[in-house]
Design a protein around this ligand. Structure first.
Ligand code: NOJ
Ligand code: CA
Length: 710
């Protein structure tokens, strides 16, 4: 009996194996047309497209002729019998190339090279679905998107995206968990095959052994040759570009190894992901940035290149990078309040104090939160009024005063998530704001959305888009908190300047805070997508002036009453350079800057940079980034919880020129935990032949202003 069972088992195993073999062969046979392959301009990255016998679609990615992303599925599931996933046949394949340099009015780099090879696969299936899958390959990665058109339908409802990223080798990854509500989460360093789900940018590194022949001289000087194995690492990041009318894409681990599948944010209580009241749709680009070095990901312009050119016309001088301070941190610490009362921050008197400070310290603008009516019902379903200032905030007088001091005012629209209330006032709110003389608005979505929509679904993506377009119409720039993740639409709408979309400074005021590695994680993850309004610059790191104050009120239940900032002071300065934002805030209360020698760095800082380069770094470990603004340079370096020494050759400086370097570094006895405010300032004259030796304390950093000598 046992023998019979074993025989049956063996036979079924054989059948399974054979079936697998047949499936593999099918895939292989129908795949191998070289016609459907495209390379990056430098030839290092290759993508091949293929269909199997069922007309399902797949792609793979090779780097240096080694499989990097193995056969991975493409397509969508849809409702009402629409077939967007199989029975496809290739009608034709078109190839094209582009090499252009375009200019943006602000950004890490003003001039950007857009150099790619494109392969557009035209497909059709028996169910009258036409599809172009457009692959663009750059030297720094690739993007692909779906362009669907379905005959005889006036509605397309997507229920699932089938796109997968079947990463060949296991490796290490850096990401936040997937959430359709928030990006304000802590980063995890995880083996690829242990990432259950993640939001994007999803950054990872794979390593594969590479065999090569090593020739060496042995002791008796005879030449010997042996095969040596060396490992080759590839850094990559999966994200999306041009998310304009779609739900966000998160990633989910499937059963097989490190295969990640797209998971779209759904409509409330349903399996519906996207609704198009028409017969066609174009997806955002699915992107994979690829580099030999981690910093190569930061230096990539792929996301911007995959967005449409600027649509704003005429004089765009109303869009400009700015440094700002604000009536803000006091509220998060609990010593001031948004709501009108005895601790109210946004009073006329306080506003004038901040405006004076900005005028005296080479700061362009001041943000006022808690200026308008509606804060009294915080925590419920707020109905903010965006055209009604609190009685103790004399907006006309404040605007008049700010004008005499040549200081801009940044308006604030906290919606509390009530986008219905916001949309009802949108047009009038932006008209009114502009009329008052305000050119920039910070928005916020702290709270659940009406009708159980989630923050990152198609419904809210459409809302965010509407706000960007309305603001543009009224010549207003935006800083969005609790936003949809950046996907490069700042190229098309450069008034969409900066946004939050990760744990920012505020978390240090009322939670366990952002750990030291957080700031050296962000540049390799969240900031690959676009600028971030992290709001660096706390000088009163231990909140000495506030913690014991009887005035202080707990902000919320996260507030343990013992919060602090988990960095050194020098790292706070470095973050102004590292955490790129065209609207860069010095976020502490101004009394902590008055008379502080290290604040000179912010006075000198120019947020309107022309060129940037990430020089060194590893995710979660350390980073060094330099930016040029005009003829001057700003350098920021930071480390995680480990002290570190790095050398930076100043080869980026203009040859033959000398520069006055002001170096703000950690004091010899500095440590983020025990002695965070120990710092020193040195000055020296340097040129491009010099090397800077930077010593960073645990949780520390270094900021350098390199002023050109005329
Ligand atoms: C959360 C934002 O991130 C923060 O900057 C703002 O102060 C509060 N919401 C209140 O609007
Ligand atoms: Ca926030």
């Amino acid at each position: 009996m046992n023998i019979i069972i074993q025989k049956i088992k063996k036979l079924s195993l054989l059948i399974v194996n054979c079936t697998l073999l047949i499936v593999n062969c099918t895939l292989l046979y129908s795949c191998s047309s070289p016609k459907n392959e495209v390379s990056s301009p430098d030839g290092r990255i290759k993508v091949a497209f293929k269909t199997n016998i069922e007309g399902e679609m797949f792609y793979d990615v090779k780097v240096d002729d080694n499989i990097f992303i193995d056969d991975s599925q493409l397509g969508f599931d849809a409702k009402d019998g629409l077939n967007l996933k199989n029975s496809f046949e290739i009608i034709k394949t078109e190839f094209s190339s582009k090499d252009e340099t375009w200019e943006q009015i602000w950004g890490e780099n003003k001039n950007i090279r857009n150099h790619y090879n494109e392969m557009a696969i035209h497909l059709a299936n028996i169910d009258s679905t036409y599809l172009i899958i457009r692959f663009r390959l750059f030297n720094d990665g690739l993007g692909f998107r779906y362009e669907y058109k379905v005959k005889d339908t006036d509605k397309i409802i997507l229920t699932d995206e089938l796109t997968t990223f079947n990463i060949k080798e296991n490796g290490v990854s850096w990401s936040i968990p997937a959430s359709f509500e928030t990006y304000e989460l802590l980063y995890r360093t995880l083996p690829l095959n242990e990432v259950e789900d993640a939001n994007t940018p999803f950054t990872f590194k794979t390593t594969r052994p590479q065999d090569y022949k090593s020739t060496s001289l042995s002791v008796n000087e005879s030449i010997s040759s042996e095969s040596v194995s060396e490992s080759v690492s590839i850094y990559a990041s999966i994200h999306e570009a041009a998310l304009t009318d779609f739900p966000e894409m998160t990633l989910k681990l499937t059963a097989q190894g490190s295969q990640l599948k797209a998971k779209l944010a759904p409509y409330p209580n349903s399996n519906i992901k996207a609704i198009f009241e028409k017969d066609n749709f174009i997806s955002p680009w699915r992107t994979i940035q690829i580099s030999d070095k981690a910093v190569g990901l930061i230096n990539s312009n792929l996301i911007l290149n995959l967005n449409e050119p600027c649509v704003l016309e005429g004089d765009l001088s109303w869009i400009r990078p700015m440094k700002y301070v604000g009536v803000w941190w006091g509220m998060h610490l609990g010593v001031e309040s948004w709501v009108m009362g005895d601790r109210h921050g946004a009073t006329t008197e306080n506003a004038k104090r901040y405006i004076d400070f900005a005028a005296n310290n080479n700061i362009d603008a001041v943000l006022f939160e808690g200026w308008n009516e509606g804060w009294d019902s915080w925590g419920g379903r707020q109905n903010f009024d965006f055209t009604k200032a609190y009685a103790d905030f004399d907006i006309d007088e404040i605007m008049r005063y700010a004008k005499t001091k040549n200081v801009e005012v940044i308006g604030h629209h906290e919606t509390g998530g009530n986008i219905i209330n916001y949309e009802n006032q949108l047009e009038e709110a932006y008209r009114w704001t502009k009329e008052k003389g305000i050119n920039c608005v910070k928005t916020g979505y702290a709270g659940g959305l009406p009708d159980f929509h989630n923050h990152h679904g198609q419904h809210n993506v459409r809302h965010y888009r509407k706000v960007v377009e309305t603001a543009a119409k009224h010549h207003i720039t935006l800083d969005v908190h609790e936003p949809i993740k950046p996907t490069g639409i700042r190229r098309t709408y450069p008034n969409m300047m900066t946004r939050e979309g990760a744990r920012g400074m505020e978390w240090n005021a009322w939670s366990e805070g952002n750990p030291p590695e957080h700031h050296v994680m962000l540049p390799f993850t969240r900031l690959l997508a676009g600028p971030m309004d992290y709001t660096p610059g706390t000088f009163d790191i231990l909140f000495d002036n506030t913690r014991n104050s009887p005035q202080r009120k707990k902000w919320n239940d996260n507030d343990k009453g013992n919060s602090r900032v988990n960095t050194t002071l020098a790292k706070q300065l470095a973050n102004w350079v590292i955490l790129y934002s065209p609207l860069q805030m010095a976020s502490d209360m101004i009394e902590h800057y008055e008379g502080h020698p290290a604040f000179q760095f912010f006075r000198d800082f120019n947020p309107d940079c022309d060129w940037s380069e990430a020089l060194q770094g590893e995710p979660g470990e350390y980073v060094a980034i330099v930016r040029r603004a005009g003829e001057d340079f700003f350098l920021g370096a930071a480390t995680n919880g480990s002290a570190r020494e790095i050398e930076i050759p100043l080869t980026f400086l203009e040859k033959g020129k000398s520069y006055e370097a002001t170096i703000y570094s950690d004091g010899d006895d500095a440590h983020w935990e025990t002695n965070p405010t120990s710092y020193k300032i040195e000055k020296k004259t340097v040129s491009s032949n010099d090397t800077l030796f930077i010593k960073m304390a645990a949780g520390g950093g270094c900021a350098v202003y390199l002023m050109h000598n005329s």
